[in-house]
Ligand binder design. Structure first.
Ligand SMILES: C[S@@+](CC[C@H](N)C(=O)[O-])C[C@H]1O[C@@H](n2cnc3c(N)ncnc32)[C@H](O)[C@@H]1O
Length: 481
């Protein structure tokens, strides 16, 4: 028996609540008698055999009355004593208070910080890959209403990450205070209010994994008890270029720049320290970025492209797996020299530069100012002649004219209303859709099929081992091509 009572109860995410509702709304009534039972020992809760992982941190089973239950702290194959934390008419949520029979796929995670950053860590890696693929198939069936046999045939195996730990090139640390009011750095568990202090994070590359402890000490010394307006610390570390950047996210106001440069000079063998001035509630609304010491930006090498990235710009956090995304996109589009290709939601150029190297004439659209500037600089350094448009993809798209192919890599919300129709109007031969959210991707896949673009392949790629997140590279082909 494994006592899970010390696990963090806040691990449930807002997103998984939404997903739970969505899954439940789409779930058929359970016809078969479930194998769950009230607890014979008289301990509170029910004995629940765990069936699968959800799209969130929780695993899924059924209560004795047939109701779906989302269980924190369990993995498929476990038999758990589940204490309920929430009951709705059609589903319930709970936590595994005790593991009565451990799954053969249960493993001991190397970190017990309870920060919520690696909710799938108790599940063996091979089983994580299987569960991620199953969730992608499930999204096509439930959200795109695709025939289950077709969905099974279209979705490939999940491409594993070579590094199951130590893969992240970036840590985003929230700032909080301990009981004595001193600065702590750590993670805010999804749905949780308080920051869980960390000394190290085993998901991060070894050159930045000890950053929380190292920077906590340095920043406490720097602040000397005064309020620096610091609300977040970003750390990026590349294994390819050896660049390490510390980004101090602060509210507007005075800041001891010279003292910060001195105090942080050797905190992490860093090559750059910057201050990002922003509002904490709207952290994406960046007011300015000030170089405090070093290069003032961070450089990574991805798929043979050198990418300079400013602290507020999006960057893929698992460099080696990002290269698999690029490979799959290029292979799927079958780009030929001279093809006119649009890269929408282009970021700093992860796909843009390889497309240009493959001989395509590329137009890239990106809305974030810092990414647009980075992309222009990266294109110039690469000697690539790329048409870069700073703006909203949905608004710019109708101006692009006819295209041979598209790459779209939107944020989690997926493609805005009308984008799929505008892409279809440009009549590309193929579209590569890179997604970080299987639900919105499946919604958009159905829209593509309605517009005459057939999904021909979907490959889940694991950029985020130990978590429920999965990227999908999918290829759509114009009917009759
Ligand atoms: C998931 S990231 C992908 C970036 C890039 N393709 C890469 O792999 O590095 C999504 C990007 O879309 C940008 N973005 C978000 N909304 C947008 C919009 N409406 N129009 C254009 N770009 C947008 C973000 O700033 C971000 O750079």
């Amino acid at each position: 028996m494994i006592d899970t009572s010390t696990r963090n109860d806040n691990a449930a995410s807002d997103r998984s609540v939404d997903t739970a509702k969505a899954q439940d709304a789409a779930a058929p009534e359970v016809a078969t008698a479930p194998a769950s039972a009230p607890c014979a020992s008289g301990a509170p809760g029910e004995v629940v055999p765990i069936e699968r992982m959800s799209f969130g941190s929780a695993a899924v089973g059924h209560l004795s009355d047939g109701k779906t239950v989302f269980v924190e702290g369990a993995v498929p194959g476990d038999v758990a004593r589940v204490e309920l934390t929430e009951e709705k008419p059609r589903f319930a949520r709970g936590r595994a208070a005790e593991i009565l029979e451990a799954s053969p796929d249960r493993v001991a995670p190397p970190c017990a910080a309870g920060c919520g950053g690696c909710p799938w860590a108790p599940l063996a890696y091979e089983a994580q890959l299987v569960a991620k693929r199953a969730n992608v198939v499930d999204a096509l069936v439930r959200t795109a209403h695709m025939d289950a046999a077709r969905a099974e045939a279209l979705v490939g195996s999940c491409v594993p990450s070579k590094r199951q730990w130590g893969y992240r090139n970036k840590l985003e640390l929230s700032c909080g205070a301990d009981g004595a009011g001193r600065l702590i750095l750590g993670m805010r568990p999804e749905g949780g209010a308080d920051v869980v202090s960390l000394d190290a994070c085993p998901l991060a590359h070894r050159n930045i994994e000890g950053a929380p402890k190292a920077l906590r000490g340095a920043l406490r010394y720097l602040s000397g008890g005064s309020d620096l307006g610091l609300f977040r610390v970003g750390v990026r570390g590349s294994l390819r270029t050896r660049d390490v950047e510390i980004a101090l996210w602060t509210t507007p106001g005075p800041f001891p720049r010279a003292a910060a440069a001195k105090t942080l000079a050797s905190a992490l063998k860093n090559t750059s320290v910057v201050r990002v001035v922003a509002d904490p509630g709207r952290a994406r609304k960046v007011k300015k970025v000030e170089a405090i010491s070093g290069k003032g930006c961070w450089e990574e090498e991805v798929a043979e492209s050198r990418l300079l990235l400013s602290a507020p710009s999006f960057a893929q956090v698992n460099t080696a797996q990002a290269e698999k995304l690029v490979e799959l996109v290029l292979a799927g589009l079958e780009v030929e020299a001279g093809d006119y290709v649009a890269d929408l939601y282009a970021g700093a150029g992860t796909f843009t530069l390889p497309l240009a190297r493959a001989g395509a004439e590329v137009v890239a659209v990106e809305s974030a100012g810092s990414s647009v500037r980075d992309l222009r600089r990266n294109a110039e350094r690469a000697g690539a002649d790329i048409d870069i448009i700073g703006g909203d993809a949905a608004r710019e798209l109708p101006e692009l004219g006819e295209l041979d192919a598209f790459v779209v890599d939107p944020p989690r919300a997926g493609l805005a209303e009308g984008v799929v129709a505008s892409i279809a109007a440009a009549s590309p031969r193929r579209v590569a859709y890179v997604s970080c959210d299987a639900s919105t991707w499946a919604r958009d896949a159905a829209r593509f099929e309605q517009e005459g673009y057939r999904l021909i392949r979907a490959t889940p790629v694991d950029l985020f081992p130990q978590t429920y997140h999965v990227e999908v590279v999918s290829i759509f082909e114009r009917s009759g091509s």
